[in-house]
Design a binder for this molecule. Structure first.
Ligand code: SAM
Length: 391
């Protein structure tokens, strides 16, 4: 066994080691089992032709072997879940239909089949198939009758304020998450981020019976959850421990957390300076205004503007107030319109106006610095999770 306080890896065969864990102790299981696709095929990596074989552990057997293998580990896992716990299993057509059958036979209730669409798939070299750009992830709960934990609102926030669908567009694993060594089928932290936020709370325990390079554990620890992984290959256990060691450094921890959270669908916050003299009126009327056009202090239409769900009003980087916008989008007002209401709009003929409900201020938890040298008055678009930690 290799461990930090909140990160344990049991080395060995999961068919034996799962049984050693206490019953009803785990909130969520993420499993990335062998897909059994190592059959000598070819793929493309960084522009080069490579063999798709991942290792002996991924070589396919007979259909009976693949069925028995999946049924055995899925059966062992079920008793380890808490009553409101859930399991996620990733796969492709090579294994996922067998997994689905086993789940149904074992009494799990299937909740969703997520389609993970990779935004950056490698080309298909044979040109005899559609390009493979997806993996499937089945989400199931332990018991058909017992309700399961689902952080619905958090998922909505990750999805620009509307219901999260079962199609997730997330890039494949990238170089920034491979600094400690390589695993042939490493998952991206960004996928685990969503899974963990959806189905666990801080302090919960997550199990991964096919731990590989420990991605599930790193994402779990970055989000304040505990991790138990099982991995049969000692070199992958060592790689996982190096990755865990790396986030003991607070700067690396913060850097990986920020990279993991990057999300092209998340709601954003318009961060806007209000003059000290205007602030009481802004907070009373729910009118946030900024120059329209591309000049100092103006509305810079940057990526994420279309997902703006919040405004943060501050004065020279101080005294910030966070609100949900009352209505998505903005209007263009003239300077005269604003001046008639008592605002000091005097530097431009037109202003973009965003309306918010001044009675519904949102408490923020983390306050990143708003002071950027002399540029503090320039409006910015930032992800919501910069201000309120998604739990
Ligand atoms: C698909 S990979 C998991 C990759 C992992 N999600 C990551 O991000 O690094 C599957 C892993 O399960 C391990 N494995 C396969 N069969 C196993 C078994 N019976 N018990 C424990 N580990 C096993 C393999 O060595 C491999 O590292």
């Amino acid at each position: 066994m290799m461990r930090f306080d909140n990160f344990t890896i049991l080395q060995g065969d999961c068919m034996k080691r799962i049984a050693e864990l206490p019953d009803c102790s785990v909130q969520t299981i993420f499993a990335d089992p062998p897909y059994f696709l190592s059959n000598g095929g070819i793929s493309c990596q960084s522009g080069k032709q490579v063999c798709v074989d991942k290792g002996d552990w991924d070589k396919g057997g007979t259909p009976e072997y693949i069925y028995d293998f999946n049924r055995q580990w899925l059966s062992l896992c079920r008793s380890k879940l808490k009553d409101d716990g859930t399991i996620w299993i990733s796969g492709t057509h090579h294994n996922i239909h067998v997994v689905m059958r086993c789940l149904q036979e074992l009494g799990y209730k299937v909740l969703n089949t997520i389609t993970w669409q990779k935004t950056d798939p490698p080309p298909n070299l044979s040109c005899r198939y559609f390009n493979f750009s997806t993996e499937l992830i089945i989400w199931a709960r332990k018991d058909a009758k017992k309700p399961h934990l689902f952080n619905y609102e958090t998922m909505k926030q990750l999805n620009g304020g509307s219901q999260m669908t079962d199609v997730w567009r997330i890039p494949a694993v990238s170089r920034w998450e491979k600094t400690c060594g390589k695993h042939p089928t490493q998952k991206t932290l960004r996928l685990l981020y969503r899974i963990i936020l959806a189905s666990t709370n801080a302090g919960d325990t997550i199990l991964d019976p096919f731990s590989g390079s420990g991605t599930t554990g790193i994402a779990a620890n970055l989000l304040g959850r505990n991790y138990i992984g099982i991995e049969q290959d000692p070199s992958f256990v060592q790689l996982s421990m190096r990755r865990r060691e790396e986030i003991n450094d607070p700067d690396t921890f913060a850097k990986l957390l920020a990279k993991m959270r990057e999300n092209a669908q998340e709601e954003t916050v318009l961060v806007n300076h209000a003059r000290q003299t205007d602030l009481p009126l802004v907070l009373q009327t729910g009118i946030c205004y900024l120059r329209a056009g591309d000049s100092k202090g103006s509305l810079l239409v940057k990526p994420g503007f279309e997902r703006m769900g919040y405004v943060l009003i501050h004065t020279n980087g101080e005294n910030p107030h966070l609100f949900k916008v009352a209505k998505k989008g903005f209007q263009i007002w003239t300077a005269e319109q604003l001046q008639q209401m008592g605002f000091s709009a005097e530097h431009a003929p037109y202003y973009a106006v965003v309306r918010f409900d001044p009675k519904k201020e949102i408490a923020y938890e983390t306050m990143p610095s708003l002071v950027k040298r002399s540029q503090t008055t320039v409006a910015e678009i930032r992800p919501f999770s910069d201000f309120v930690e998604l739990k």
